[in-house]
Design a protein around this ligand. Sequence first.
Ligand code: FAD
Ligand code: NAP
Length: 514
Amino acid sequence: MVHLRFVLFLLGTSVTNLAEDTLVDGTYDYDLAVIGGGSGGLACAKEAVNQGARVAVLDYVTPSPQGTKWGLGGTCVNVGCIPKKLMHQAALLGEAIHEAVAYGWEVPSADQIKINWSALTESVQNHIKSVNWVTRVDLREKKIEYINGLGSFKDPHTLIATMKNGSKKELTAKNVVIAVGGRPHYPDIPGAKEYCISSDDIFSLSHPPGKTLVVGAGYIGLECAGFLNSLGYSATVLVRSVPLRGFDQQMATMITNEMEEKGVKFFNRCIPVSVEKLESGQLKARWLNTETKEQGEDVFDTVLLATGRYALTEQLNLAAAGVSVLSDSGKVVASTEQTNVPHIFAVGDVLEGRPELTPVAIHAGRLLARRMFAGGSQQMDYENVATTVFTPLEYGCVGLSEETATERYGADNLEVYHAFYKPTEFFIPQRNIRNCYLKAVALREAPQRVLGLHFVGPVAGEVIQGFAAAVKCGLTMEQLSNTVGIHPTVAEEFTRLNITKRSGKDPNPASCCS
Ligand code: FAD
Ligand code: NAP
């Protein structure tokens, strides 16, 4: 082995720091096979090829119960972040058209401003198809073998790809990365799979969604209800426990208040009971209030299920590979992405207890490839990952919620700085600013290390991204207040925070508040 390492060194080839077993030796068809061509799998495959590995990627999309299917690239590109952000943008533009009048733009009368759903979905789907195409070309140019087949294990080093026509292809690989992601969960109620749609279907829906019931108040439920309402479709949300459970609840309330003020209806503590198709083609949904035990029902054009996602591990035949680290929910438990079988790894949404976010999957996939093929040693740091909920008024955050910080450090050891603010853009026309709010959760003791930053307002994702780097570097309140702001922006509000919750002072800006 020493000899082999020396030869590889002379050839300029990097040597892995993982188990000797993972060294590239040519005995297998590939040095790496990746099951799942989404955010994590593709990032890992591309980085592995950059490091000189021979790589195959298996990607296969099983149609949704409503028959929706899509191309290469995974959830984010096809039925996730990208179409969602485009529909969010469509919704914001609709609001902006009305506001433009106050700036002197002459636009058609308000009742003439309406969305053309098929034009919207066509533009969104055309963009997605172009990304699918570019991704395929990229794989070809990088000489990554793309196999459009459903992957499963035959043994620890052999995969079977089942193609669309039912034929099977076998391949062997020294290392395997499981990056199969997840798919929407369907509650076990009558009518769910027959009549309801999920995020897999909404972005390419062939007809306007009309009056919509959204079941679930997580990221997807709130984002979809938000853009549907702003596009002019009535949206009602069934909330089982609380909106955005696990997030800072003060901030979650701000965004649901804002949505309510814009017309979204929320039924709290309600779970779906059944969905039935009427002769008219409309859907009658029934639900139960788990507190009052009262039943509710209404008729909708669309019922969108957004009740979480399950990992696609069942079809992998993991037992044949000896992988035995599945959680109760079927996710892979692997703190350093390595499973109990040393040459089999997992990245992305399929991992238990990790943020289900595209940049997380990408970063973990790249680092893993460097550890496998370039002698890297850096592990993925899942702490302080910033995120944004793209509701009409966005919510961005990084670090701990006030609740988690209180649990970990105790309220006496924390200082929470907060403020309401008025974005300049909201002066003309006068817009609702009741929910433009931000806070910094910090340790009380000087220099007051920042544990969490939370921001509700326009472009929250852009605001939080920069501050996330500062938090990663150990940002303190002292440094934050010594940072000179950029005026007039909404991000500068973080540099102006000076009122603590403890002081009881009014956090409203002096010049406003309607
Ligand atoms: P995926 O991207 O899901 O890729 C897995 C791929 O593997 C899929 O193509 C799947 O079909 C394929 N596959 C599964 N099983 C097999 C098999 N046995 N053989 C072959 N192929 C298989 N994240 C953000 O960061 N920002 C956002 O704004 C955001 N918005 C989202 C909005 C929605 C509606 C949804 C659903 C998700 C959103 N996400 C967002 C989350 C993000 O899409 C995921 O975290 C990310 O796609 C996970 O990447 P992955 O590589 O783990 O899996
Ligand atoms: P989620 O955030 O886990 O939310 C699921 C929601 O459905 C919760 O409100 C949950 O209520 C509810 N629910 C679950 N089972 C239910 C049932 N049987 N009946 C009624 N309600 C039920 O899941 P998600 O919204 O599907 O999103 C999945 C992941 O995708 C997220 O974790 C996120 O990481 C990623 N994502 C990211 C973005 C972004 O970055 N902007 C956007 C979309 C998605 P309880 O709280 O009571 O359990």
